[in-house]
Design a protein around this ligand. Sequence first.
Ligand code: GLU
Length: 476
Amino acid sequence: MSSNKSKYSFYESVELYFEKAASSTKIDRSLLDQIKGCNSIYAMNFPVKIGKKIEVIEAYRVQHSHHKLPCKGGIRFSSKVNQDEVMALASLMTYKCALVDVPFGGAKGGVKISPSKYNVNQLERITRRYTSELIKKNFIGPGLDVPAPDYGTGAREMSWILDTYQVFQSDSNMVDAYGCVTGKPVGQGGIRGRTEATGLGVFYGTREACSIPEDMKALGLTTGIEGKRVVIQGFGNVGYWSAKFFMEAGAIIVGVAEWDGAVHNPKGIDVDALKKHQKKTGSIKSFPKAKNISNRKSALELDCDILVPAALEQQIHGGNAPNIKAKIIAEGANGPTTPEADAILIKKGVMVLPDMYLNAGGVTVSYFEWLKNLSHVRFGRMDKRFQESNNNELIKMVEKITDRTLSLKERKKLKLSGPNEADLVYSGLEETMVNAYHDIRTVWKKNKKTEDLRAAAFNVAISKVAQSYETLGIFP
Ligand code: GLU
């Protein structure tokens, strides 16, 4: 009988996927061990005054790999944080960055708190104290380790981290201080497009997978996103933005699930209206234009084409995998599928777009933000107007030759104005997600030992990390 509980911890499951893929490479065992293990683990306990009491907070920062610096990865605020989880998430960051050619090592941070139990002042104190612990041990800095948002954190926390970091710097280090953290508010060195980046990456990656006729035919699906029925689990940043991009591309969002309830409408749910309802009432439940599902967990088993788990890890397990009806699982969250479930899904012929590829949009745009911070110039600033006048000259010439004036609609379609920061971020992310998909798919199709896209993604990632060790000359 399959059970909900995996026999593997989250970190063990990442190790298991690693080993499965490693066996289809020719990489030396000692190098594989070096790539697999976590390089530095910092576990801390620090006191923070909460009300009249002192609370001792448990927290972590794990740097999985120093093969490229800085290390990169989000900071999670959750009552479920533990060392195993942070190690797993840090490992996934290394492979994720390698897959999408983001030149960073993987890292992750976790603070074991439930953010809803604290007011804003208390959260600020916890975040600032955590940051000073990182500073003390040299675990943060633009060239060392660069945190970002993750589950339970956002732009607000990143701005507290930046400010704390700046306070501790001597003048000579100040010039690049903005690069010490990404996911900041745009007014404080952030980049346009970072908020929606992970969801947008989920969309671009899934759209690419759905554009290949041969693969869709094997699943009994037509190509394209339009008309596909989508279920979203988790309606936070990743879930909401993924759903929004799917909806805008003509998909039908038939179900949305959250930690406290789920809603269903086979005719489609307007995700913006649902977000408004969630903000107003504090829950997605009782949304007037959908039906509540009594058992929120069964939302994963709804009839649909694409299931997007965008909440926490180990949500698709041996207990529910046999009942999943989706043909495609688009992993927006980190580690949503247990190894037991993965084996069942492979057998069933479900296409699983693995987390380490599909949710890499966040770190990709973080990389763009970091580049912006170090170059001290907004993307598009130098060439926007140049391109715009070039385009206009070209149109003038075409109009003269053809003796026809373009309509306003035609002009708009041609995007004559030069690209702004958001345009460049979107196009850089699209290019990244499309290329990475084909890198993975090529290995999946060519290498008989790689039976699924996850194994192929690990294979590509491990090979890329191995290559950089070769360049360093540490391993043969
Ligand atoms: N927390 C995100 C992730 O898991 C983003 C990390 C980053 O931008 O560094 O990929």
